[in-house]
Design a protein around this ligand. Structure first.
Ligand code: SF4
Length: 467
């Protein structure tokens, strides 16, 4: 993955259209979140409560999982347990085959991406129809989501327009957002009605009722889960909350942090299959509870806090690294700061060692996280582990060893920095360094400010001498 990450970064940094697309959405998201919080003076208290709810659930996960299974079963759902991604896909495919499904609709679910469900469905010869507008764009482009809330954030509306014109059966004419939305609606509507199975994720699983809560702005989750004969929910085991009141406490945090709105357009609680007398709803309702490394995180004091994550995306909207490279460069399902913590946990730090290092540790992600996850601390923990496991490249280890040797000998350190500053000045052009030996990784994409004047130690010495 190290090479994948570096190649992804190089590709992203040399793509000006990508930067434009990222800026358009993240700047708007940042502004809307700030406005929403300005109107919600109780945010700090809500954040503390949300953190306490998630910590309580994580500490008592076995209890709440049992309670959820009992209540969901009592309401007519069939609860399945999947230890890993393969087992989760096998269960979902088994349900689809049992329903004789040739076509399934899917509402956006990052857990589905995590377990590789889109690929598994295609391999099984089952047509997959993504119904979320952004996921529809991503599917047409043959790509993967680049953001957990806005999967097509990497595309400009001009690119989307071209994509729709090429792929839709009745292409739109006017290049307006309304015309594009109408075009997607035309394209998707009959597929909603002809799918045998609808697959959704879950924003929250409510233990005391066995209900599943989903939030969307397009109503596509409702159209995915109501008309088909079978509804399948795939959800991580950490999605639990004790009761409806707790779900509402979390929704206040989730929606404001994700989109800057007070509430999404659609907040739906799915509770069992269609009952006698109901006019619509699925005849079968399955819930697949997926572990896929979460129990391991629960046992690990250095990662447990990550199980609080409610997938709002605020950390990536405010991340200086994500805003330069976008989501695809990270290589895993989850990008940004939360992805840099989660991907090594899900795929192994040996495969994702670069991600925790692609961080300035400025702490902005922790500041905006609605459940106070100490992301910089967790990232430092991964750096520490990768050092202890000998995963840091030999060149970096030797460089740090040399630096440490010099840092422990102040006279040598002063000599070394004075020589380095003088050497850097040789490459200075108008206050900037555009090219310099050993600094190619930096100067390939940006100039390095030349050292200004004299070193700190030289200035300090002069000051002490009263100059
Ligand atoms: S880590 Fe925090 S800010 Fe990032 S997605 Fe999760 S809950 Fe949101």
């Amino acid at each position: 993955m190290a090479a994948v990450f570096q190649q992804g970064v190089a590709r992203a940094l040399s793509d000006p259209t990508l930067k434009l697309a990222i800026d358009r959405t993240t700047v708007t998201a940042e502004r809307k979140r700030a406005a929403a919080l300005a109107d919600y003076p109780q945010f700090a208290a809500a954040r503390e409560r949300g953190t306490a709810i998630k910590d309580h659930v994580v500490a008592n996960l076995d209890h709440y999982l049992d309670e959820f299974e009992r209540n969901a079963t009592a309401s007519g759902a069939v609860v399945h347990w999947a230890a890993d991604a393969d087992e989760a896909c096998r269960i979902v495919l088994g349900i689809c085959r049992g329903a004789g499904a040739r076509r399934v609709t899917r509402a956006k679910s990052m857990l589905g991406e995590e377990i590789g469900l889109p690929h598994a469905l295609e391999e099984a010869g089952i047509e997959r129809v993504e119904t979320d507008l952004a996921e529809h764009i991503v599917q047409l482009a043959g790509e993967t989501p680049s953001h957990i809330v806005w999967p097509a954030l990497h595309k400009t509306r001009e690119q989307v327009s071209a994509l729709f014109k090429a792929a839709h059966r009745v292409p739109h004419e006017a290049d307006t957002v309304e015309a594009m939305v109408e075009s997607a609606r035309r394209e998707l509507r009959d597929r909603f009605l002809s799918a045998e199975v609808g697959i959704s994720g879950a924003n929250f699983l409510i233990a005391d009722s066995g209900a599943v809560c989903t939030v969307t702005n397009e109503g596509n989750a409702e159209l995915t889960t109501t008309p088909p004969r079978v509804h399948v929910v795939t959800a991580g085991i950490e999605k639990l909350v004790p009761s409806l009141a707790h779900a509402f406490a979390m929704l206040r945090l989730l929606v404001r942090s994700a989109t800057g709105a007070d509430l999404t357009q659609y907040t739906t609680f799915h509770c069992g299959p269609k009952r006698p007398g109901d006019r619509d709803g699925p005849e079968e309702f399955h819930i697949v509870l997926v572990d896929n490394g979460r129990s391991r995180m629960l046992r690990d004091a250095g990662l447990r806090e990550m199980l609080r994550c409610i997938r709002c995306g605020a950390c990536m909207n405010h991340c200086v690294v994500y805003r330069q490279i976008g989501g695809h460069a990270y290589g895993g399902t989850y990008p940004g700061p939360m992805g840099a913590v989660l991907t090594p946990a899900l795929e192994g730090v040996d495969k994702a060692r670069d991600l925790p290092h692609a961080c300035t540790l400025n702490g902005r992600c922790q500041e905006v996280c609605p459940v106070g996850i100490p992301l910089p601390t967790l990232l430092r923990g991964w750096r520490d582990r990768s050092w202890k496991e000998g995963l840091v490249p030999r060149g970096v280890r030797s460089g740090l060893g040399l630096w440490r040797f010099a840092a422990e000998r102040p006279w040598l350190y002063r000599l070394g920095t004075a020589a380095a500053v003088r050497a850097m000045r040789l490459f200075r052009r108008g206050g900037w360094i555009g090219r310099m030996p050993f600094a190619g990784a930096w100067t390939r994409y940006r100039d390095l400010p030349a050292p200004a004047g004299r070193t700190f130690m030289e200035q300090l010495r002069d000051r002490e001498r009263g100059r």
